[in-house]
Unconditional design. Structure first.
Lengths: 266, 292
């Protein structure tokens, strides 16, 4: 357990090293936040209460999206490129005989990364957004920890998906295609483009049931106080359920992969 | 290769000066760009299946922007006072112009990385303009995906819109795409020059390139006046879609400007490219190798 805590701290520090890049990222997040915020204002001006949000809740949704874009790795990124590369080159063989679990190792590193991205890339754009627009911050102090727990579960789901993508490299060797498909799905089904409550009919129902909704839509709704009491417990079960299923699938693939692993290069 | 020994790095060639150096150098640059581009295309085509997948992926991910607009229009009939075909015209022009530029110069955000790890040195000792090498570096044919979806949306807009086409309005469309691509190109080059100073900050230029094209996909009435003024007068992205498109649509621009301003887009583009060229030179001069 201590080992994984050290790995997580390492993940945090690794991303914290690049301060200029972080500042540049914050700038870009803020610019995109502004652009999206104005389009949302136009949309909610036409249809107030669209999707059950009022305008300031919709704007809060925009800035939550920018804040979680990196932390929840909505468009992918983080560890999977590195792991795919290690699988392709055969370096993964070294990882496999380390006295640590491959999946837990990368999960710990990714949690460290996510913690940094939440602080480094999330807080400042949210703050700047709050200066420029009227945002709906939680009324109750308890919403904050509830939100953070939901974000945490979302990051785990996000990790589990990206771990599956990385595992595919054992068979495909080139991770580019799978990575891109995962990125497309993440962008579309997380609610980054538009809140999933605005997706019409069956598409909306499917999108809300898929694991990607755990990454942004669910935490945002927790933040906006849409889930309270047993409803809140329900969404935690939803998120944790997907996390367990996807982590389990990753574990199965890993077992299958290591059984047939042929190290490249040797 | 023999001549590469005789010709020192880019900078030092200038004082050697013979009077009409500029034109041949420009041609030389284009030729070099073409050769490097052809090399990357050949290398891409070695993995055809992978190319097909990434082409589709690029098309899909850029088309999401329009899907978002379509999803919005499942709830409303107009956004900022603009109908779907009208927004499609803005979107199509912006996406196509940006797509052309992204295809030609899209790898320029790698300059910062090259400065950091010192690989820019390799480019400096080759007898080819550095800008051409940097621009053609990792030329990605898959970026045709963005242009394709931009053209599709533009086609949809032209088919659906009820416009009294005049020769000037027809001319405006290709002019906007070319001028817009040049304006975005200037932003890419200026952004690359900025990376000499702020190596890790390459993401800042995404705000102006990707952010810019996203902005132009929505009608100007949606945004705050100051933002519209900013992209008209400071970073004149408005000439890449808004101003010409609004002329074609016969709509009022939120910032008070005479209608003929829409025709200035080639001039504005030329001015931007000139400024970007100067910035690039200044950036390249300030380059100091890591030495490793």
């Amino acid at each position: 357990m201590r080992l994984y805590a050290v790995v997580a701290a390492g993940g945090f520090r690794r991303y914290a090293t690049y301060r200029t890049a972080t500042a540049a990222g914050v700038f870009t997040n803020t610019v995109f936040g502004f652009i999206m915020a104005y389009t949302y204002i136009a949309l909610w001006n036409e249809r107030p209460q669209l999707g059950g949000y009022d305008t300031s809740q919709a704007l809060t949704y925009v800035w939550l999206g920018q804040a979680l874009l990196m932390a929840s790795a909505l468009m992918g990124g983080g560890f999977e490129k590195e792991l795919v590369e290690r699988i392709r080159t055969g370096d993964v063989a070294v990882d496999l005989y380390r006295p640590a679990d491959l999946q837990l190792w990368w999960l710990a590193a990714d949690l460290g990364r996510a913690a940094f991205h939440l602080l480094g890339r999330g807080v400042v754009p949210m703050f700047l957004g709050a200066l420029a627009f009227d945002l709906a911050f939680p009324g109750s102090l308890w919403t904050w920890p509830a939100f953070l727990l939901s974000v945490f579960l979302g990051v785990v789901v996000s990790f589990a998906i990206r771990y599956l993508v990385a595992m595919s490299a054992f068979w495909l060797l080139d991770g580019a295609g799978a990575t891109q498909m995962a990125m497309l799905a993440g962008l579309f089904f997380s609610g980054m483009l538009l809140p999933l409550n605005l997706f019409p009919g069956l598409l909306g129902e499917v999108a809300r049931a898929l694991p990607w909704s755990s990454l942004l839509q669910v935490p945002a709704d927790v933040f906006l106080g849409k889930h309270i009491g047993w409803g809140l417990a329900g969404v935690y079960v939803f998120q944790a359920g997907w996390a367990l299923v996807l982590l389990g699938a990753g574990r199965l693939l890993q077992t299958a992969a290591t059984r047939r692993v042929v190290v490249q290069g040797g | 290769m023999a001549e590469s020994v005789a010709v020192p790095a880019d900078e030092e060639r200038e004082p050697a000066g013979f009077a009409f150096e500029d034109r041949p150098r420009l041609l030389e640059g284009f030729r070099a760009y073409g050769l490097i581009m052809a090399m990357w295309v050949r290398s891409t085509m070695a993995y055809r299946a992978s190319f097909a997948m990434t082409l589709f992926g690029d098309l899909a991910v850029t088309a999401f922007d329009f899907v978002t607009i379509l999803l919005m229009f499942t709830h409303v009939d107009a956004l900022g006072g603009y109908s779907l075909p009208e927004i499609a015209l803005l979107y199509g022009l912006s996406a196509t112009a940006f797509g052309v530029c992204d295809l030609l110069l899209g790898s320029m955000d790698r300059v910062g990385g090259r400065v950091r790890d010192g690989t820019l040195d390799t480019l400096l000792v080759r007898p080819v303009p550095v800008l051409a090498q940097v621009a053609a570096d990792r030329f990605a044919l898959r970026r045709l995906g963005r242009i394709t979806q931009g053209l599709l949306v533009l086609g949809y807009a032209v088919a659906c819109l009820d416009i009294a086409w005049t020769p000037l309005k027809v001319l405006m469309l290709p002019m906007t795409v070319i001028g817009g691509a040049a304006i975005f190109g200037a932003v890419f080059v200026a952004g690359a020059a900025f990376q000499f100073v702020a190596q890790d900050a390459s993401e800042v230029q995404n705000s102006f390139t990707y952010g810019g094209t996203t902005l132009l996909q929505y009608p100007p009435t949606v945004f705050a006046k100051d933002l519209v003024r900013g992209v008209t007068f400071v970073v004149p992205l408005a000439f890449a879609s808004w101003l010409p498109a609004l002329y074609v649509l016969g709509r009022e621009y939120p910032v008070d400007l005479p209608r003929w301003v829409a025709f200035l887009s080639p001039l504005v583009a030329a001015g931007c490219c000139g400024l970007a060229g100067l910035a690039w030179r200044a950036g390249l001069r300030s380059y100091r190798s890591t030495g490793s």
